[in-house]
Each structure stands twice: as C-alpha cells, then as structure tokens.
Design a protein around this ligand. Structure first.
Ligand code: PA5
Length: 375
C-alpha cells in the first residue's frame, strides 16, 4: 500500500496562482519597487502652506492606514497633534491652521469626499492624495494641491503610494525628520523580506508561510505597541480583506487593562484564536516585561501564541518591513483557505447599496457650490 502525501497548497506555485487569481501576492513581492516609485513620485511635491497647529488625515480603510502609520511615526517628533479622521465630518477644532490630508485611493469614497467638503468649508490647508475620481476632479477645480498616484490597484496594495507622500509632506513642513534615511534603509530591508517570504521559498524557511499555517483555522489577534500600533491594525485589516477571516488588533499597554481579562475564562473559546505578538529586539524594558507577563498569563487560556520579531534599525524600516511580513502572511492564509485574496465583494456591495441612497450625490452637489479658497 502506498501512502498518499498531500503537498501543502503553499508549496504548489500553480495552486497558489489558481487561488490568487488577481495576483495579490505580486503586490507584496513588488512592494519594494512600489515604495521606490513612491519615493520618486513624492519628490515632485511642492507645498506652500504655513506650519499647521494640528494635522488631520481624512480617509477610510486601506487609504486611512497610512495616516495611522504617519501618526505612530510622528508621535515622538511632531510638535503638533495628528488625528486620523475616519468619518464624514472633521472634529470641531479643524480650522484655517489645520493641515488636512485627504487620502482616498479611488477618490470616490463617500466619507472622504464629505471630509474634503468639510475641510474646504472650514478653509483648512488641504492636500489630496488619490489615483483620481471625484476627489481629484474637485481638487483640480478648487486649486487644492494634490498628488496623483498610479491607478489600477486594490487600495490596500497601494499603501506605498499613499503613505510615502504623507511622510514627505510632514518632513517638508519641518515637522518630522529622518524620513529619507528611514526610507532608504526600508527599501533594502523590504527587498530582503520579500525574498525571505517569496512563494518559491519552502515553508520551513519562509516565516510568513509558517505563521499562516500556524494561524490557519483560528481567528488572529494581533498585539502591537508603540510604532507597531498601526502595524497591528494593518495586519488585522489584511487578514480581513485578503484571507477573509475575522481578526482583531490591540495595543500594549492598554490591552493589559481590559483585553487580558477576556481570556481569563474563555475556556474552549480561546482555542479558536491565535495571538500574534509583535516583538522588537530593542523594545523598551517596560514593554518587554508587559509582553512576557501577558504571554505567561494568557498561556493558561489556551489560545495559540506566536511571536513576530521585527527587523531593521530605523522606525520606518521596522514598521514597513513588519507590514510586508503581515501582507505575505494574510495572502498565504488566503491560499490555505482556498479564497482569492483580491476581491472585497462585501465592500463593493455595500458601496453599491449606499450609492442608491443618494448621499454621495448630495455631497457632490455641495462640492459643486464651492469656490477656490486659495489662488
Ligand atoms: O481596502 C479597501 O478596499 C477599502 O478599505 C478601501 O480602502 C476603503 O473602502 C476606502 O476606499 P478608497 O481607498 O478608495 O478611498
């Protein structure tokens, strides 16, 4: 009798191609190239605004995550607060000295168009990043400075093009530093991460495949800290949209004040989750002890635990390379689950149904009434 050995779908390139029909994996593989192109594109940015007293990044989903990363990166440097606005209206404090970055990959997202309208009405200093759509149409009509990024990608795959300009803008305004150096290091590290996690690399030597196999069958919960707050959020979003699984993210130290109790009596429920701890060789001592104590306390609960040790020296290299690892993990998880990572049908259906409510058209009619604020 011969035993049948089943090859993992992750080791069968043809099988990967059959599942990953629209080649989401290629976006991960090509991320270093896209970051490089984004850096070149961002060199074109000229900005003529005075220093703001606060900054708002307005966007949703795959277009908002860059704002979260910007906020984490700038937190230890920027003398002004940064808020990511994921809603129709801007916060009450937004005014003429607020710098509003409206980021929408499609340029057609209802909430982002509404935030743009709100920012224009409040005479904020606005800058738009988009591949086109209604947003850039009105940015052009209203003389609002903007950057047009390459079209034709899923928004979450366009994050290099959506994030880099935001970093460059803040550096040009003198609010953060180290962006060029960080990106230079990141570009090299991203190449390395891309090679280490490439589809041709066997699971045994491929950290992303190995983590995807470990997580498969459970709900991933990603724990970040400090500069990895937005990174944890991005991992969660990629699990949702690529692997089509529910997922969750939390951040230290806050999770020590609520989340950990949730595992206390989770019983059999805990076994349905996998916790992924983002770790950094140079994590601060207070974070290290928290993570280790938390891991030990949670062990009793019985959820699967994984650690992902980040790479790199500069904050940007660390953040971007960890994002790329998560992108690969989510695509490999999709392959293991036999789902095409690219389509996000529920978002499409939702947007279609919302389109029938006429709210977007109303926002556009209001935009049509605006006159340029600046010449
Ligand atoms: O990943 C996605 O497709 C979504 O999260 C979108 O980014 C979100 O719906 C907003 O659309 P856009 O990025 O085009 O503004």
């Amino acid at each position: 009798m011969t035993l049948k050995t089943h090859k993992s779908p992750l080791e069968d390139i043809e099988q990967i191609k059959r599942i990953d029909k629209s080649t989401m994996l290629q976006f991960s593989t090509k991320a270093p190239k896209h970051y490089r192109e984004a850096v070149r594109l961002a060199e074109k940015i000229v900005l003529d605004y005075e220093k703001p007293v606060n900054i708002i990044v307005a966007g949703m989903g795959g277009s908002a995550i860059g704002g979260e990363l910007l906020k984490d990166y700038a937190r230890s440097q920027a003398p002004v607060p940064i808020e990511v606005n994921k809603d129709y209206q801007l916060p009450a404090y937004a005014g003429q000295r607020t710098f509003v970055l409206v980021v929408s990959y499609s340029g057609d997202t209802e909430e982002s168009l509404s935030a743009f309208l709100d920012a224009q009405r409040r005479k904020c200093m606005v800058y738009c990043v988009s591949s086109g759509g209604t947003l850039l149409e009105f940015a052009e009509k209203l003389n609002v400075p903007h950057l047009r990024v390459p079209a034709g990608m899923p928004p979450r795959a366009a994050s290099p093009y959506l994030l880099v300009p935001q970093l460059v803008l803040l550096e040009k305004m003198g609010l953060v530093s180290g962006v060029s150096e960080g990106l230079n290091e990141a570009l090299k590290l991203l190449e390395k991460v891309s090679r280490e996690n490439a589809p041709e690399k066997h699971e045994e030597f491929n950290p992303a495949k190995s983590l995807a196999s470990g997580i498969n069958g459970s709900v991933p919960v990603v724990y970040g800290f400090g500069i990895y707050r937005g990174v944890a959020q991005r991992w969660k979003q990629q699990f949702n949209e690529n692997a089509k699984v529910p997922a969750k993210w939390e951040v230290f130290p806050e999770l020590n004040h609520n989340e950990i109790v949730g595992w206390e009596k989770a019983g059999a429920l805990a076994k349905r989750f996998s916790t992924v701890f983002l770790r950094d060789k140079s994590e601060p001592a207070e974070v290290r002890s928290r993570i280790e104590i938390t891991r030990a306390l949670m062990q009793a609960g019985g959820s699967k635990q994984f650690e992902v040790w980040t790479q790199g020296k500069s904050a940007l290299a660390k953040m971007l390379s960890t994002i790329l690892v998560g992108d690969f993990v989510s695509v490999y998880l999709a392959v293991l689950r036999g789902v095409d990572p690219t389509p996000v049908q529920t978002i499409v259906t939702l947007k279609h149904k919302l389109g029938e409510t006429g709210i977007r058209e109303k926002i556009i009619r209001e935009l049509e009434k605006l006159k340029p604020i600046r010449s």
